[in-house]
Write a protein that binds this ligand. Structure first.
Ligand code: SF4
Length: 397
């Protein structure tokens, strides 16, 4: 055994035991650790954290209230500039109609996401959240991100703290990690020059955590960032987590290159994605959950990630328009998601936003029977406006 491989072994062992690894060590694991040893160490973390073998999923709907945005991120295929003929904003009745449909299909959460509309200040978001909460108190509002909070505070001329306190009072339950993209300056400026810096994004998250609003953290990989910048992204998030403990989960996904100004191709291979997942599980000793993205990486990679430390497959996503507009074409349904988990040797369970188990499917006899629960039940990003129940899916039963 060389000195290098024994160093890697000892870092893997420390990470598997729940110890803290440095960013330099994480980079060494990411670039040089043998794939299986890396996955095994990350999976040991999952097993220690979740010895019941349960892997969770969620039923939710992403509802986009507007595609009008002044921030013009180069990688974004969803937004339209103000006054563009294809710009739209949904009236509140339409948002409520979509919430009703989601509740009918068993959703427990809505992700309200949208562009930075030049007229949408704190007042708009207060009305949005209060209206949804009043009509559907059973839906958790896990929505928006630091970019939207900065934007609404600017439009309304109030402090970040006031914006957070007001939208929390109106009904926001937790903040989705949208807008993280790549946090280090160089790759962030290259793809989103008008967006706030990564440091500012994290400052807003930290402030929200201190005001009692927890969140998730995300990462979009594959736009040309270096390996070191990927690990730096993890470090920046972990430093905030050390202080607040407010990130419930880390969720990386891969850049989708269609219909945007950046184009190119995703520069994150499946192997790079899986390695990043495993390193994240080892590096984030202080973050409870790790979620894989089947929407961008595909179902096979999503299932493989269950052997690399992942304990959550995220949502069935009854509606998704943003990433789908940029080319993510993977679709699924509830039976298939459950099958992906069970055939990986795990026990599927539906969770809520707080990761509490709502239904544990110990055997196929425990599985839900609603065939209508499909991803992209409705989507402006897909021909025909969504898949409904007629999707060609693998037979998972
Ligand atoms: S990613 Fe968000 S902020 Fe950037 S252009 Fe798209 S909608 Fe606007």
């Amino acid at each position: 055994m060389t000195a290098r491989s024994s160093e890697i072994d000892s870092i893997l062992q420390r990470g598997a035991d729940g110890g803290r690894i440095s960013p330099e060590e994480a980079l060494l694991l990411y670039t040089e650790a043998p794939f299986h040893a890396l996955g095994e160490a990350a999976d040991a973390v999952r097993r220690r954290r979740y010895p019941d073998g349960i892997v969770t999923y969620l039923i939710d709907r992403n509802i986009n209230y507007t595609n009008v945005c002044v921030t013009a991120c180069k990688f974004c295929a969803f937004y339209r500039a103000p006054k563009h003929a294809e710009g739209w904003s949904h009236p509140m009745e339409e948002i409520l109609r979509r919430c009703a449909e989601a509740v009918e299909l068993g959703a427990t959460q809505v992700m309200l996401q949208g562009g930075h509309h030049p007229e949408y200040g704190v007042e708009y978001y207060e009305e949005l959240f209060a209206t949804v909460k009043a009509a559907y108190p059973q839906l958790a509002i896990h929505s928006i991100g630091p970019s939207e909070i900065l934007h609404m505070a600017k439009v309304s001329g109030v402090s970040i703290e006031e914006a957070i306190v007001r939208i929390k009072a109106a009904g926001l339950d937790s903040i989705a990690g949208a807008g993280a993209e790549m946090l280090p300056d160089r790759p962030r400026t290259a793809i989103a020059p008008l967006k706030e810096s990564g440091a500012r994004w994290l400052e807003v998250m930290e402030q929200a955590h201190r005001l009692g609003v927890e969140s998730t953290a995300t990462m979009m990989m594959g736009t040309g960032e270096t390996n070191a910048e990927r690990i730096e992204h993890l470090r920046m998030i972990r430093d905030v987590q050390d202080r607040t403990g407010g990130f419930r989960a880390f969720i990386p996904w891969t850049y989708q290159p269609e219909n945007n100004h950046l184009k190119g191709r995703t520069q994150a291979t499946t192997l790079e994605y899986l390695r990043l997942i495993a390193v994240a599980r080892l590096f984030f000793h202080n973050v409870a959950h790790l979620q894989a993205s089947w929407l961008t990486t595909g179902k096979e990679a999503g299932q493989l990630s269950l052997h690399m430390g992942v304990d959550d497959l995220g949502s069935i996503m009854l509606e998704e328009n943003v990433i789908s507009s940029a080319g993510a074409r993977h679709r699924s349904n509830l039976h298939e998601l459950i099958w992906m988990i069970r055939s990986a040797g795990r026990i599927p369970a539906q969770r809520d936003t707080l990761y509490r188990h709502l239904a544990v499917h110990h055997t196929p006899a425990d599985d839900p029977v609603d065939d209508r629960v499909v991803s992209h039940f409705s989507s402006i990003a897909l021909p025909g406006g969504g898949a409904r129940a007629s999707l060609p899916l693998v037979d998972s039963r």
